[in-house]
Design a binder for this molecule. Sequence first.
Ligand code: PHB
Length: 393
Amino acid sequence: MHRFTSRGLAPACLAIAASFAVAAGASAQGSGKIKVGFMLPYTGTYASLGNAIENGFRMYVQEQGGKLGGREIEYFKVDDESDPAKAPENATKLIKRDQVDVVVGTVHSGVQMGIVKVAKENNTLLIIPNAGVDEATGPLCGPNIFRSSFSNWQPGYAMGHVLAERGMKKVVTLTWKYAAGEQSVKGFKEAFEARGGKVVKELSLPFPNVEFQALITEVASIKPDAVFVFFAGGGAVKFVKDWAAAGLKDKIPLYASGFLTDGTLEAQGAAAQGLETTLHYADGLANARDKRFRLDYAKTYKLQPDVYAVQGYDAAQLLAAGAGAVKGDMSRKAEVIKAMEVARVDSPRGAFTLSKAHNPVQDFYLRKVDGRENKPGGVAVKALADPARGCRL
Ligand code: PHB
């Protein structure tokens, strides 16, 4: 009978122990894939927005040969359903169960609040590819929280500027009653009223309701100089059609943040023609970067890109800046963050940098719907930075 002696066993044990040590050491340096967790809406009124963000992100990674910082990317996905109540559990799944290196999410401001909280508790890197909730780059800002999109304040503020300059005096606002709508209106009001305008009535309905009729009638009864709205995705399609069907299209000027007409024009058709909005992207910007992006996106997905695709693409560019600085070793968090903070993102929207609170400082275009495009009609506000009130970084 063969018996293992302790002496005989020792070399084998050492060899095994050594191989574990190599594996552990290697993974501490991040030799594996970079794990990206998409937490996005894949169902509901914002489903197309979530898909465009993922498409844009993946396209950038593909352009880099499928690698960032020399590492392959492994994707995990959760459908957040634009439901704030499910946000903490969904974010925790990606962070604790899937152990992602970075969460990329989301679209809806209410859901975003839950993600920010969980990302802060776990010190997980977060890149927000849409949701504008002001708090994320305001009082809840943090070293690990980045945004590739906008704050809700920004596009509203840009439109407030435009309408005041056009001499409008009396405006009614209409939105879904949650952070995105409320904070857009706040930004609008701040710029508009500082320049002599007055918001005479703020109307709203719960998200994601689309029973607009009574509110449209109420707006008409007030006879304002203009109406400013925030709607997006499926709800925006319905609103624009209802507004036109009510016969108000040529009676009361309708203005909005650009989400009202982005990714929606095919479905809105004639009802959207001529609408003017403000946003950090437009169709047909005169830059070579955007032209290449649009061609590649159309070829890859057989779809026209929109602002959401751009924000997803730029979320990947931000991550690339961080991952590149540490050769893919995402455990070197402080260095990843530093590199992301100083990145100059070569975006299809035009190059941008981040504010101290990690929100893009960017131009806001005034756009006008013409056919299936939001054509740029100039810059409404140049290099607009969110005031980042309450952020201490
Ligand atoms: C948001 O909830 O922050 C939000 C959603 C959709 C948009 C823009 C902002 O298009």
